[in-house]
Unconditional design. Structure first.
Length: 264
């Protein structure tokens, strides 16, 4: 294995940077290529067939071009739909990003917890299976809040967050039957931890906001244990589609050690 071989992180936008941040804490020396599929954003409004074909096709091409040692699908929607297909196609380790239902179920004291995701994520059988396997006897309340993706993207560009959008999502979740008993919320989109401060301000102080970024980073580190890393320069940020879609991200990317955005 070439020590400069990168880890590939793939997402529809910059939500996966929350996974990147966690990865840097456990593997700070690892070279990374972050691929943002802005041409396909948003996945949450696509059909399962469209997402599966797009993700497997793009990751196949990226694997040929960048020769990564491991790929992480840093998107809950893409992972819950396409993870199995991608693992069948590629011969490198593939790590998915799935809703953190297990830790939330372990943490809840009331037995009622929430999940905020995209339309596609909350309807997946994969999520049903996670609830069955890890939340038996407990109540999981799900809502789709795709507009939060736009607010997270705006925030990372230094723009103000529309708190009315955030409040609408929180009120819908709390307004569900049993919603006032929620004491933990799964942020089932990698974009949503970027809004942790805004969401936290609208939930009670005892409501835990839980995402899977740290667990994903630990999984990647475990799979790559013992491997050598050698960077040949700044990490790379590549854009599927018009590279101008990354306008406004320059500061956020530079702070994370990325070079200028490149076109895929």
């Amino acid at each position: 294995m070439d020590a400069s071989s990168p880890i590939l992180l793939f997402d529809t936008g910059v939500g996966g940077l929350t996974v990147y941040d966690a990865l840097c804490r456990v593997l700070p020396q690892a070279p990374v290529i972050f691929a943002a599929d802005y041409a396909g954003l948003p996945y949450g409004k696509k059909t399962e067939a469209e997402v599966a074909a797009r993700v497997s096709g793009l990751l196949g091409r990226m694997s040929e071009r960048y020769r990564p040692r491991l790929a992480c699908i840093a998107c809950n929607t893409a992972s819950t739909i396409a993870l199995g297909m991608v693992r069948e196609v590629l011969e490198i380790p593939i790590v998915g990003t799935v809703p953190a239902i297990k830790p939330a179920a372990l943490q809840t004291q009331t037995g009622t917890f929430g999940l905020i995701g995209t339309q596609a994520t909350i309807r997946q059988r994969y999520v049903d299976d996670l609830e069955r396997d890890f939340a038996g006897g407990k109540s999981l309340l799900r809502i789709a809040a795709p507009d939060l993706v736009d607010e997270a993207e705006a925030k990372l560009r230094g723009k103000p967050v529309d708190m009315a959008v955030v409040e609408e999502a929180v009120q819908r979740l709390r307004g569900m039957e049993g919603g006032e008993d929620i004491d933990a919320v799964v942020l089932a989109c990698t974009h949503f931890p970027l809004l942790r401060e805004e969401l936290g301000a609208l939930f009670r102080s005892d409501v835990a906001l839980i995402d899977g970024a740290d667990g994903i980073a630990r999984r990647i580190a475990h799979l790559l244990e013992g491997q050598e890393f050698a960077s040949k320069g700044p990490n790379r940020f590549v854009v599927v589609g018009d590279v101008m879609a990354a306008d406004g991200l320059e500061r956020a990317l530079a702070e994370r050690g990325f070079g200028a955005p490149e076109a895929f």
